[in-house]
Write a protein that binds this ligand. Sequence first.
Ligand SMILES: [Zn+2]
Length: 568
Amino acid sequence: MATSTELQFPGSGDLISQIRFESDEGKIWLNEQRMLMIHASVMGQLRKELIDTLGVQRAKGFLMRFGYHSGWKDAELVKKVRPDLSRQEAFYVGPQLHGIKGMVKVKPVELDFDVDSGKFHGIFDWIDSYESEVHIKEFGVSEEPICWTLIGYASGYTTYYMGQKIIFKELQCSGMGASHCRIEGRRAEEWDDHAELERYLLPDPIAEELFALRHELSELRENFGSSEHEEDLLLNSVGRSGAFRNVCNLIRRASTSRVTVLLQGETGVGKEVVARGLHESSNRSDKPFVAVNCACIPPELIEAELFGVEKGAYTGATQSREGKFERANHGTIFLDEVVELSPRAQAALLRVLQESEFERVGDTRTRRIDVRVVAAANEDLESAVKEGKFRADLFYRLNVYPVHIPPLRDRTEDIPLLINHFLGKYHNLYNKRTLGVSDMALSALMSYKWPGNIRELENMIERGVILTDNNHTIDMDSFFPSLSEPSHPLNVINMRGELNRAPATETATNPPAETPAQLLKEGFSLEQLEHQLIREAMEQSGGNISAAARLLGMTRPQLAYRLKKIEE
Ligand SMILES: [Zn+2]
């Protein structure tokens, strides 16, 4: 067992270097977490309000959990900043951060623990607790220990660190008139009154109950398609931005008639989701919705696929079968990548649109059909007409009601909504619950350009959920495990030089990121990397040198000099 004479914190430079002031941006960072600087006295006022409105016991529980979450978040940092130090020095991250944050000065008295066997015993002295100070100011000397946020922090931090419930108690407290506080931490079950202590620390059972109810409610709403849900979920798609609402209005208007709709937009913007929404809000919603991606079917088969085939029409057609149009009869057919249709299929589609009739391949019988057509194309359809690859008459027929779906980068205000939507989806799918996205990762996702649009965002969230343990925050490493894509935001933010990242370590939470050694092996040149970064920063800032310099953590003259060198 270590005694007080040999217990000493290592230097705190590694922790302090995690703190970054982005004063121009109105942000303070601790590694990837956005932090706040608040007045201790204001915390005191909040405490008073809580006690006055909730009563002492509830306020105590609230503040303990507040501290608990903060300790938990800080413990996530340990493996990032002290992967190579001894277990004891790594553990000191928590107590040292307590001091760095100005909450209390911590002195270790006894510390004896073993992560593998789960053994833990620790005694610390707390000198000048901010919490005692503000409590005494509002309420005078107390009859019981009152450093609730601090004790919650110690418990939350150590519980995360040890991977099992550790509870700290104050043996004495300066809030009761002692010269300083002294705390002791043990495994929860080693405290006689652990049930009572844990009740304070565990999430409020009422909150859990509310959460479960809310979950139930949202499932009910999804099943019944309640209109209250419309705020966030329009026609099956998520969005609140003006650009997106505009699309929804157009679709809603189209849904009341049989008009042919042409959806235009980049790959991944969610055209099929919108088409399905159109179908479901139309009076055909109880009839089939059939989606066909024309690019996935070989041109020589597409006519048979869409319009069916009659026995003996060609070698191998041993049986008559109906096509997608017949299957969609009275409903809606969605033709994605319509530009890929063969000339014969284009002619047949035009006939369906004009006369509502068609023939199966190899058949002479004309069949009548009632199908609403929703076609989709990238922005390339008009140029395909100009190049003679797509029939002009068919284009005009499809283009009677064009709807442009904006790319994700033009509706960034929907990104947080979409993230929540996909988190919900993949939490359910993988039966997990992460703590969501780290503040830093969110700001990276917000500034990313999303060439793959919503589909890319969805894939990224799925990846983040898979790679992150329950009750952990999804950080940037989980979203962007490969550093080899120069365009992804991690590179940009990482190389700003402002975020001091520890060398990647292999843990269950974080997959091994590409190490510098790997980058070198791949023949990565520092010069190339620098040029790439500068170009990216210039692009992101629209050619504004000062703004690009800020992104890169350089002064304007420094960047101007480097730009000149690149040009030479
Ligand atoms: Zn105290």
